[in-house]
Design a protein around this ligand. Structure first.
Ligand code: GLU
Length: 459
């Protein structure tokens, strides 16, 4: 996974080195040196902070829990990125996720750098009191390197507004008198969080898909018909017909993306399958997504796993293995679970023609290549799932201004920002043979290189 990000960053830098219209004033040996510096800056994080949080459990035992904060790059602003609470999280993964944050923020012109945190626990194994202690200890151990103008954490897999509220409160008591509202984002609304932050990632995931297959295709039809680009053919094949969608993952991202798809009036689409860590639910006529969302809210986030549970909520669905969601005969697959879900050993079974990456890095390098070679459009993570960090930015701004936006304003700003990025990268994507991921990376790397060059850092 780590190598995937590095490899695409390198390909992007190689393409830019050749493209003399980019930084034309930098020529010859100086140009080569500048690009070598850029490679080393982007392939290594600025800092890796690591600690073992010492926690007194409710059973009286003491545990030392490994925790990280990786600060990848802050050329564009303070480090920014979530803290993942997961038993499989490791340092290498956090480094990669932090570098994706640098690229994601650069792509969408969010004035932040890239960071990420991790705490190696399965949050389901700990009581609320213990989780509170773990969250507060994290802030105690890393408080020197965090702060509204230094590094601003947010929720990620396994964490949410509850943890951000606890963390902000701890930060406030450790650093009395300093501004604290912008120290964490993804907080609850009563604690200075932004309206719409919870739904932002899922809404953005659906928006990027809708914008590409609906708005962009409608407005740029002439251009798309003229190119012999394989991806343009895929996109045109989606026009004005009913689409079937499968969503992997029914957490904060997947459930909101599924609900958006279900409610969309722009497209004639049906969500025919959803899945979580236990099951895939399938109905060729479309699933009752609102009923399933309501069920998960009452059942610790889990989807129904038995016919009785489905009958109780009057939902008609076939129960299949959790992996099956990936292989259904659908038009669109939204991946909103974990990384590395589509890989070289299962990619041949994937039938969808558009894949939207709601999670970070859910498609491996080999699978990505196979799919792209077959004309499958992959809307990459740094483009599709940026809604969370974009609204985090709005939350940070609102905290500074102590002025709050309405939910409608938040979503309007979010869509404007994502639209502007899409309008920059889509014409390039449909005009050249590179996959969309590559176009997005080139755009981010261009922004970062220009800034670093102007700051005199590329020597
Ligand atoms: N964890 C989210 C991400 O991967 C959000 C980060 C943030 O809001 O800072 O993009």
């Amino acid at each position: 996974m780590i190598s995937q990000t590095r490899a695409i960053v390198q390909q992007s830098l190689d393409a830019l080195l050749e493209d003399q219209s980019f930084l034309p004033e930098v020529t010859g040996e100086t140009r080569k040196k500048a690009f070598t510096s850029m490679t080393s800056i982007l392939s290594t994080p600025n800092h890796i902070h690591k600690s073992f949080l010492r926690i007194l459990l409710e059973n009286g035992k003491v545990e030392r829990i490994p925790a990280f904060r990786v600060q990848h790059n802050n050329a564009l602003g303070p480090y920014k990125g979530g803290i993942r609470f997961h038993e499989m999280v490791n340092e290498e993964e956090v480094v990669n996720l932090a570098s994706l944050m640098t690229l994601k923020n650069a792509l969408h012109d969010v004035p932040f750098g890239g960071g990420k945190g991790g705490i190696i626990i399965n949050p389901r194994d700990y009581s609320e009191k213990e989780l509170n202690l773990i969250s507060r200890k994290y802030v105690q151990y890393f408080s020197d390197v965090l702060g509204p103008d230094k590094d601003i954490p947010a929720p990620d897999m396994g964490s949410g507004e509850r943890e951000m509220d606890w963390m902000m409160a701890e930060y406030k008591s450790i650093q009395p008198g300093l501004p604290y509202r912008g120290s964490f984002t993804g907080k609850s609304v009563v604690n200075g969080g932004s309206l719409g932050r919870r739904e932002a990632t899922g809404k953005g995931v659906f928006f990027t898909f809708r914008y590409l297959v609906h708005d962009f295709v409608r407005d740029q039809k002439g251009f798309l018909q003229k190119t012999d680009n394989v991806f343009a053919k895929t996109a045109l094949g989606f026009e004005n017909r009913p689409l079937t969608i499968a969503v992997q993952g029914f957490g904060n991202v997947g459930s909101v993306a599924a609900l958006e798809a279900h409610q969309s009036t722009h497209l004639q689409n049906k969500v025919v399958a959803v899945s979580d860590r236990n099951v895939t639910l399938y109905n060729a006529d479309g699933l009752d997504i609102p009923a399933l969302v309501e069920f998960t809210m009452k059942n610790k986030g889990d989807l129904p796993t038995t016919d009785e549970q489905l009958n109780d909520i009057e939902v008609t669905a076939e129960i299949q293995d959790r992996e099956e969601v990936l292989y259904l005969d659908v038009d669109v697959l939204m991946l909103a679970a974990l990384e590395d879900q589509v890989h070289k050993d299962n990619v041949e079974k994937v039938k969808a023609k558009i894949i939207v990456e709601g999670a970070n890095a859910p498609v491996t390098t080999e699978a990505d290549k196979h799919l792209s070679d077959n004309g499958v459009i992959i809307i990459p993570d740094i483009l599709a799932n940026a809604g969370g960090v974009i609204v985090s930015y709005f939350e940070w701004l609102q905290g500074r201004e102590t002025q709050y936006y309405t939910e409608e304003q938040v979503f309007n700003h979010l869509y404007e920002k994502m639209k502007s990025t899409m309008d920059t990268v889509l014409p390039l994507f449909f005009g050249d043979p590179f996959p969309l991921r590559q176009n997005c990376y080139i755009h981010s790397v261009m922004k970062l290189s220009t800034v670093l060059y102007r700051q005199g850092k590329l020597y």
